[in-house]
Write a protein that binds this ligand. Structure first.
Ligand code: FUB
Length: 328
């Protein structure tokens, strides 16, 4: 069983000179799941100046959660941030963004990703939009620091339901944004049931041109873009045997064509969903994902009570990624 030692202490946030000093908690993680005092989901790593920041959705328990159905299993009202310099000792930065920080949003903090450009940190999120947009939408918030405070960068969704074809998932197909900055270009990919791809303008808060559909097999949700040795990778939650697993495709250009490369992982233990987040840190590549094996204060993991994990990721000589076994 993994051991997790919490070191409750006062840590000055020296890493970010412009971040307000606050009391934060550090802990040492010696296995999966990484975080054991919160249910966490949809991991999104960002490496910046020698630190890995990990952004997650906070899966929160509510009465009746286990019997809920029809998409009510999730109760995520904030995004949390953790950071590490060595993949062992982690700093808990607490809640860094909430759907309520978007005036047009009415709740639900689904998957997200933070990227840095020119000293600004852009937080691309899934939120539930209210009138006049309605449906799931992609919002973007911005900060001068990786730990916030983040503020809505537009005052409206970056992507909302009326902008995309209402394919397989209709009003909730605009979820799970991932962004890849590739030289002068930035690409936004997102979707549930349909995988959408669009270029971002250099300001990072407007789409540049048309929204395209990437046709990859078994695509469900949770796309993650990254690049390694000149190859582009589109990794995503695909449908496995009744639950999601992680699959991926590669391309020589972001314009495609995308070649399906198969499964990267099996299904996550005890969880319908799984969600990839990939980063290179200190010379090692990592795959972050979630399962639902954790019990906190007698409350067991479940579809809406997930736990973020990480395992090392390796490449074959031909650029394909080696299958990742999910470890404890
Ligand atoms: O956490 C809510 C949703 O579950 C995410 O947006 C999906 O990727 C899935 O993990």
């Amino acid at each position: 069983m993994k051991r997790l030692f919490y070191v409750s202490c006062m840590v000055m946030l020296a890493a970010c000179s412009n971040a307000p000093q606050k009391n934060v908690k550090t802990f040492v993680s010696e296995g999966n799941p990484i975080i054991t005092d919160n249910f966490t989901a949809d991991p999104a790593p960002l490496v910046h100046e020698g630190t890995l920041y990990l952004y997650v959705g906070h899966d929160e328990y509510y009465e009746g959660q286990d019997s809920a159905s029809g998409g009510k299993e999730f109760n995520i009202t904030e995004w949390l941030c953790y950071s590490t310099d060595d993949m062992k000792t982690w700093t808990d930065h607490g809640s860094v963004l909430k759907p309520t920080d978007f005036k047009w949003a009415v709740g639900e903090a689904w998957a997200s990703q933070v990227v840095e450009k020119d000293g600004k940190f852009y937080y691309y999120t899934t939120v539930q939009a209210g009138e006049p947009f309605t449906g799931k939408a992609v919002g973007v918030a911005v900060s001068d620091s990786p730990t916030g405070p983040f503020v809505d960068a537009i005052g409206a969704p970056l992507v909302h339901d009326k902008m995309t074809d209402n394919g397989v998932r209709g009003w909730w197909n605009d979820i799970d944004p991932t962004v890849l900055i590739d030289g002068d270009e930035a690409w936004l990919c997102w979707g549930n049931g349909t995988c959408f791809l669009a270029k971002l303008k250099s300001n990072m808060i407007e789409l540049d041109g048309e929204i395209k559909v990437v046709d990859v097999p078994r695509f469900v949700e949770g796309p993650w873009l990254h690049k390694h040795n000149g190859i582009y990778y589109l990794t995503y939650a695909g449908m496995g045997e009744g639950r999601e697993n992680i699959a991926y495709a590669t391309a020589e250009s972001m314009e495609g064509p995308w070649t399906y490369q198969g499964e990267l992982t099996g299904m996550a233990e005890n969880s319908f969903t799984i969600h990839p987040g990939i980063a290179e840190f200190n010379g090692q590549w990592y795959l972050f994902y979630h399962n639902a094996v954790l019990t906190i204060d007698g409350i067991q993991g479940a579809i809406g009570r997930r736990s973020v994990c990480v395992d090392k990721l390796f490449y074959n000589e031909d650029g394909t990624m080696k299958y990742v076994e999910q470890t404890k």
